[in-house]
Design a protein around this ligand. Sequence first.
Ligand code: GTP
Ligand code: MG
Length: 300
Amino acid sequence: MHTINWYPGHMAKARRMLEENVRLVDMVIEIVDARAPLACRNPDLEVIFKNKLRVVVLNKSDLSGKKQNKAWIEYFKKQGITAIELVSTSASMRKNAVTLIEKAGKAAMEKALSKGIHKTLRAMIVGVPNVGKSTFINRIAGSARAQVGDRPGVTKSKQWVKVSDYLELLDTPGLLWGKLEDETLAKHLAYIGSIRDDVLDIEEIAGMLLLDLIKLCPNELKARYKKLDESIGTPEEMLEGVCRSRGFILPGGLFDTERAARIVLDEYRGGKIAAVSLETPDANDAQPSEAQVKEGPAEE
Ligand SMILES: Nc1nc2c(ncn2[C@@H]2O[C@H](COP(=O)(O)OP(=O)(O)OP(=O)(O)O)[C@@H](O)[C@H]2O)c(=O)[nH]1
Ligand SMILES: [Mg+2]
């Protein structure tokens, strides 16, 4: 894939915003897409949020594999990071999310209480674009307080959402980070809709996604697009296979590969193809970082 050359000014501004606001909060909740936790995580957060309590939410876990979600939670646990899987579009997530925040904030609450203060817990919600930060906040708040949308870049500036007298959440714009230099991870961010389609070659992205999916979930993919199989070698041929499967043929017999690309990306992002993770934790990666060893585990 051509390196995605996209780091607009507002992303640098958003990063400064995170740096400025981190001192106002008790904890940072990092939302990642359960299908691509590595691609979604920002190495810079280690530096920006140093010494700050952090928890990871594997959101959109309905679109990923159950076993893979568990493996990712274990992976984070080994690094001393509390992680939970959630489906922010489901009403039943509220209890788990609130428990997570209360448990993480317990020490700060108790410290304040010992001084006779009933503290308001404040959490900043961060992550790459389109992972469901605003949806997560709305679910906890119980109403549509933050704007959401099925494309990246919906939240444009920070916004405090008061959940109760004792809990406030800070919504932040999605922030794309250095992972774009890693071709595989950049590809994953493109697949899950964290990078604006108008800066991508969507036919190339959709073709590569199909080549990845035919390895990850061949049966589900072939059930959805009947003319695809493992013998197909290139992204273009994959898209042509989708055109043949769906009858996307233009007058003159040309394949409408652009239409096929849009359909494939839409169906994948909407979870219509398969519930499968693009990434699997490598046991060797789960070494605690130096900072985490010093601070001790975030859990308990
Ligand atoms: N299937 C599924 N979809 C979800 C989930 N959470 C959020 N979504 C959808 O993901 C899309 C993006 O949600 P947002 O809440 O706007 O994402 P965001 O991270 O705030 O995005 P930006 O503000 O653009 O950075 C919306 O279409 C949501 O309905 C989930 O758990 N499962
Ligand atoms: Mg948002």
